[in-house]
Design a protein around this ligand. Structure first.
Ligand code: ARG
Ligand code: ZN
Length: 858
């Protein structure tokens, strides 16, 4: 490490293999809430010459004893600091040896939910990325892999760990995981739990016991999770040829969880909101997300566990690929076009936003201070986009053979992005040197496209001229051109497709492509399927956008044309202009189009969100004004509602789903169109429909939609009270109750509403879901969070500082509410900056939050 680099930073360039090989890990846990004893026996041998043995281990780990091959070393050879334990080479044999440590930890004091902690009386663990070091001393890095044997002593009735059960009796359990794994995949659960159980037979005939473990009383909400697991297991066999490899697969739901879920080998642990679902408590969106996250964690068994990451810089190797796989899965289970649109929508809302500001980083970062700060939209969602692009570039067959080679070549290993790209090069013969820039260079490329038309004598020629440019991001000023797959189709003037999708491969800063033999000048459908994560700029008027919205054969491009039309109407309104009749007409035609999927029509009726509008404006170099954006969007929604009042009312009635609730894609699609219509009608019917719906809805999807509408009309009080009366003891529903009030509040009231809610006794702020519901709700109220007086910033900063003392990961994650601050006006910038500086000046600030804030104010 050079001396100019920050003392705490880790650098990709500094990688070196661990100097010892770990052949086996044996752990014994004597569980007790405030004094758990962990005995660890590590079978180690020097990789080459004996060096000092450095084990990770945090401050909360109290060392009780240590021996090497049964003998305590000379204390002079053992050194302890706040983060590690070092045993001098002089105390180690030049041969295989067994290191045994006994430590004491206090799970009850663990409010950071990292390592071993207690959630609602259940002992559970979260070890990714570096949580295992809070359990015992260990080489806590993903390239040190070993089989684990684990014994648990506890009076809790259910005792679980990774792998297969060896012996289970009262107060004792022994588990054996034969597959070598890094410590971050270790898990332990002990509690009073009940299982929903099923069985799966793999295609080679292995019988697997499946369990979804929940708290007694929650069994009736775990069935959907089980069905999702079974679908995922079958899909991974069918599509990727990947079979499960243990005799049992356990899933556990816990209420306190920092992220969504975790793919621990054979023992996936979930945030309870991603497992528990009933029609009365979960929305269609919840169901879809549960199915996707269960699949995601299951798919990690091959992409993440069997093949893991060499170091945390390679995080996208497992996350980008596994997100891509879960997206494919959802596309197969539901509507592929709708899923693609939803994914692009999230990518833009979260990743483009991140890429545009001070937190921009490459899909494979080269430096970090706190790795938990890099579980980002860039690593996950952009990481998945890169895989989609690779697949487009090498074709479906090329992709399939590259993946087969990947599993063959790297099974049991800790791999890198270089390994990943090499597999594609070797399987397809394609040189991916330029493609690699997508992994190393941050920022969203801006692509421009212009057209030249030459009518000619024997057929017309259309030339498409592209330029690409990627704006600077922190630490990266110049970005060489990347390879960009641009999917293009051409639509003739009569609405027929005259050129089916052709994949153009742009590799230069500027490049042209021609289409010959055309009868008449076509309309270009560009970047079909969102073939690359770029911002496309093209001169196109509203008439042609409306034409594409009506005729494009590519559903994404069609939706995008509607989106562009809406944006152009919004821009015009925000500048005091007119709404653009093209948009209102076109959207009406689409909403009425009975041939189109209701979910697709619903997506088209949804106006761009305020955050999305701000990001689009900033990408064009404008300074977004949150109040003007809010007003313009409200104005446009009202105009659409007025123009199509009858049509929307008919849709609202027609899309009612009769019979008992089912979360399947068709029923959810109809409800989504119904709710989209309701949201618009709500602007002109004073909220009357919403009131009726709230009182009669038999499912949470419609109930929440109605509540949202009522709050927006300033008449939510009775409904809020009713929801609280009925579901006050259901944490997941109450999370929704908290967030909707802040999210749907008029911007000028949002901070006051948040302040009131935060003072309630049931604002259990140490619970990550509850904290996120409130603070995330405020951040999602764009004009409320960015209140001109800075009250949103101050409120958020106060709570981040408080949370940092209990749970630094959550504080750091929620601090991203500020990540867009530099794009606003001077008044807001000054206020946001002073809030950030106040956080930075906090005494005892965590490494997590400090890194985030210092990147944001750099
Ligand atoms: N690997 C998990 C997933 O994406 C995420 C866990 C991250 N946890 C954390 N504390 N950084 O499925
Ligand atoms: Zn993951």
């Amino acid at each position: 490490m050079s001396s100019t680099q920050a003392a705490n930073a880790q650098y990709l360039a500094d990688y070196r293999p661990y100097p010892f090989i770990l052949d086996q890990t044996v752990l014994d846990f004597a569980l007790s809430p405030d004094a758990t004893e962990v005995t660890a026996t590590l079978s180690l041998r020097p990789r080459e010459a004996v060096e000092d043995l450095v084990l990770d281990g945090g401050r909360g780990v109290e060392l009780l004893s240590l021996d090497i091959d049964g003998r305590a070393p000379d204390p002079a050879h053992v050194r302890r600091d706040g983060e590690s334990l070092t045993i001098a080479a002089a105390a180690l044999p030049d041969a295989p040896f067994a290191l045994t440590t006994r430590v004491r930890i206090d799970p009850s004091a663990n409010t950071a939910f990292e390592g071993l902690y207690i959630s609602g009386g259940i002992f559970c663990t979260q070890c990714e990325a570096e949580g295992f070091r809070h359990i015992t001393f260990y080489p806590d890095r993903p390239d040190v892999m070993a089989p684990f044997r684990v014994t648990i002593r506890s009076d809790k009735p259910v005792l679980l760990s990774n792998g297969n059960p060896v012996a289970i009796r009262d107060g004792f359990a022994e588990w054996n995981d034969p597959w070598p794994k890094p410590a971050y995949l270790f898990a332990l659960v002990a509690g009073d739990l009940v299982a929903v159980s099923d069985r799966f037979t793999t295609r080679s005939g292995r019988r697997v016991d499946l369990n979804v473990w929940v708290r007694p009383g929650d069994q009736d909400r775990a069935g959907f999770a089980m069905q999702s697991l079974i679908k995922s297991m079958r899909w991974d066999e069918d599509v990727y040829g990947r079979e499960y490899d243990l005799d049992v697969f356990n899933m556990v739901a816990v209420d306190d969880f920092n992220m969504g879920a975790m793919e621990n080998k054979g023992l996936n642990i979930f945030n309870s909101k991603l497992v528990l679902a009933s029609p009365e408590t979960a929305t269609d969106a919840d169901y879809e997300r549960i199915e996707a996250v269960i699949a995601h964690e299951y798919f990690h068994n091959w992409t993440g566990n069997r093949i893991t990451c060499r170091d945390w810089f390679q995080l996208c190797l497992k996350e980008g690929l596994t997100v891509f796989r879960d997206q494919q899965f959802t596309a197969d289970m539901r509507s592929a076009p709708v899923k693609r649109i939803e994914d692009v929508h999230t990518l833009r809302a979260r990743q483009f936003r991140e890429d545009q500001g001070p937190l921009a980083h490459p899909v494979r970062p080269e430096r970090y201070e706190e790795i938990n700060n890099f579980y980002t939209a860039t690593v996950y969602e952009k990481g998945a986009e890169l895989i989609g692009m690779l697949k487009r570039l090498v074709g479906d067959d090329g992709y399939a053979s590259a993946l087969d080679l990947y599993f063959d070549r790297h099974d049991g290993e800790a791999a890198t992005i270089e390994d990943w790209l090499a597999v594609f090069q070797d399987a397809t013969g394609r040189d991916l040197t330029q493609f690699k820039r997508w992994y190393t260079d941050a920022g969203t490329p801006h692509l421009t496209m212009t057209e030249d038309w030459d009518a000619g004598d024997r057929g017309g020629r259309l030339t498409l001229n592209f330029t690409q440019h990627t704006p600077p991001t922190p630490g990266q000023d110049d970005k060489p051109p990347r390879v960009i797959p641009i999917a293009v189709g051409l639509i003739g003037p009569n609405g027929d497709e005259v050129q089916p999708t052709r994949m153009l491969e742009m590799t230069e800063a500027r490049q042209s492509f021609t289409f010959d033999g055309l009868g008449a000048r076509p309309v270009v459908s560009a970047l079909r399927g969102f073939s690359a994560p770029v911002i496309l700029d093209r001169p196109i008027d509203d008439r042609n956008r409306a034409f594409l919205l009506a005729h494009d054969t590519d559903p994404f491009a069609r939706w995008e044309a509607g989106r562009d039309l809406a944006m152009s109407a919004l821009m015009s309104l925000a500048q005091g202009g007119d709404a653009g009749a093209d948009f209102i007409d076109a959207i009406g035609r689409l909403a009425a189009d009975r041939d189109a999927d209701p979910a697709f029509r619903a997506l088209c009726l949804m106006l761009p969100g305020e955050e999305e509008i701000a990001t689009a404006l900033a990408a064009r170099g404008a300074t977004p004004d949150p109040d003007a954006i809010h007003a313009a969007r409200e104005d446009l929604a009202r105009r659409v509602a007025e123009a199509h009042a009858d049509l929307l009312a008919r849709l609202y009635d027609a899309m009612e789903v009769p019979g008992p609730y089912s979360p399947d894609a068709d029923a959810a699609a109809r409800r989504s169109l119904r709710i989209a219509a309701l949201g618009l009608l709500n602007r002109i019917d004073r909220g009357d429909r919403a009131e009726v719906l709230f009182g009669t809805a038999g499912n949470m999807t419609e109930r929440m939609a109605a509540l949202n509408c009522l709050i927006r009309r300033g008449r939510g009080q009775a409904a809020l009270q009713a929801l609280h009366d009925r579901f006050g003891d259901n944490r997941l529903v109450m999370d929704k109750w908290f967030s909707v009030q802040v999210m749907a509040a008029p911007p000028q009231d949002a901070v006051a509403v948040a302040t009131q809610l935060a003072a309630r006794r049931d604002f259990d702020w140490k619970n990550p879901n509850r904290f996120r519901a409130l603070l995330g709700g405020l951040a999602a109220n764009h004009a409320g969070f960015h209140a001109a007086d800075g009250s949103g910033y101050d409120f958020t900063a106060d709570w981040l500082m408080k949370m940092d003392g209990a749970n630094p990961q959550i504080a750091a994650r929620m601090s991203t509410a500020f990540e867009t601050w530099p794009r606003y006006d001077k008044g807001r910038r000054d206020r946001a900056l002073s809030a950030l500086q106040r956080i930075a000046a906090m005494p005892d600030i965590s490494r997590n939050l400090r890194e985030m804030v210092s990147r944001m104010i750099a």
